[in-house]
Design a protein around this ligand. Structure first.
Ligand SMILES: Cc1cc2nc3c(=O)[nH]c(=O)nc-3n(C[C@H](O)[C@H](O)[C@H](O)COP(=O)(O)O)c2cc1C
Length: 211
C-alpha cells in the first residue's frame, strides 16, 4: 500500500496544519509513505504554453514535441505520484476563505483528463475508484454555521475535487478556531488530532475498537 501526504505548511514547526498531518502520519501502518511539501516544491501554473500542450495531448490526442513535454513534466510527475497512491492526504490552512494558491495549482496539476478523470459517453467519470482521500484544513474562524458557513470554500472545494476524480472514500476535517487564545486553541487542536487519528486507525486497520 502507498500513502501520499501532500501539505502546504510554510510556517513549518509553528504550523497548526502540520500538527494534524503528524497526527495522521503517526498512525500509518504497513504502507510506504511519500511526501510532497508544496511550499518547497511549488506546482506549475497553466501558462499559455502548458495549457496548449495539455489540451493538445489530453483532449486532441496529439504527440507533443520535446519543449511541450518539458513544459508539462512537473504536472505529469505530480499526477503520477497521486495515481500511484492508494491513500492521499492533503493538508493546508484556509486562506481568504479558500485553499492557498499553491494547493489549487496542485489540484490543477493532477486533475488531468485521461489520467485522474475522463469523459465517457458524454459523462464525466472519475478514474480513481477504490482509493481513499482525506482533506485536512485549519482556519482562524469557524465555518460550521451561518453567517460564515457560506464563506467556506477551503474544505468543500478540496473534497469536491477528490469526489470528481472518483475517490471511493473522501473524508475531511475543518479545524476552526485557530485564531483563538492559546488555551482554547490548544484544547480544540487536541480534539481535531483525535478525529484525525480515528480516521487513520480505521483506514490502516489499527482500530482498537475501544469506545
Ligand atoms: C494569508 C492568510 C489568509 C488567511 N485567511 C483566513 C480566512 O479567510 N479565514 C480564516 O478563518 N482564517 C484565515 N487565516 C488564518 C489561518 O487559516 C489559520 O491561522 C491557520 O490555522 C494557519 O495554518 P498554519 O498554522 O498551518 O499556517 C489566514 C491566514 C493567512 C496567513
Amino acid at each position: 500500500m502507498r500513502t501520499l501526504i501532500v501539505h502546504y505548511t510554510p510556517r513549518n514547526e509553528r504550523s497548526n496544519t502540520r500538527k494534524l498531518v503528524e497526527a495522521f502520519r503517526s498512525e500509518i501502518k504497513n504502507s510506504e509513505i511519500e511526501e510532497l511539501n508544496l511550499s518547497r516544491d511549488a506546482p506549475d501554473l497553466f501558462s499559455e504554453e502548458r495549457l496548449t500542450a495539455y489540451i493538445q495531448r489530453n483532449y486532441l490526442g496529439a504527440e507533443l514535441d520535446h519543449d511541450q513535454k518539458k513544459s508539462v513534466a512537473k504536472m505529469d510527475r505530480m499526477t503520477e505520484q497521486l495515481r500511484s497512491a492508494d491513500i492521499a492526504v492533503v493538508a493546508y490552512p484556509m486562506y481568504n476563505f479558500s485553499m492557498p494558491a499553491s494547493v489549487k495549482a496542485w489540484f490543477d496539476s493532477v486533475m488531468l483528463k485521461g489520467q485522474t478523470w475522463d469523459v465517457r459517453e458524454g459523462r464525466y467519470v472519475g478514474l480513481m475508484d477504490g482509493k481513499k482521500a482525506l482533506v485536512l484544513v485549519t482556519s482562524g474562524g469557524f465555518y460550521d454555521k451561518d453567517p460564515t458557513a457560506s464563506l467556506e470554500h477551503a474544505l468543500s472545494l478540496g473534497k469536491a475535487e477528490f469526489h470528481f476524480m472518483g475517490y471511493s472514500d473522501v473524508r475531511g476535517i475543518l479545524a476552526g478556531g485557530m485564531n483563538a487564545g492559546d488555551d482554547s486553541k490548544g484544547s480544540a487542536l487536541m480534539g481535531y488530532v483525535g478525529d484525525v487519528q480515528k480516521i487513520a486507525r480505521e483506514w490502516y486497520g489499527t482500530n482498537t475498537q475501544k469506545t
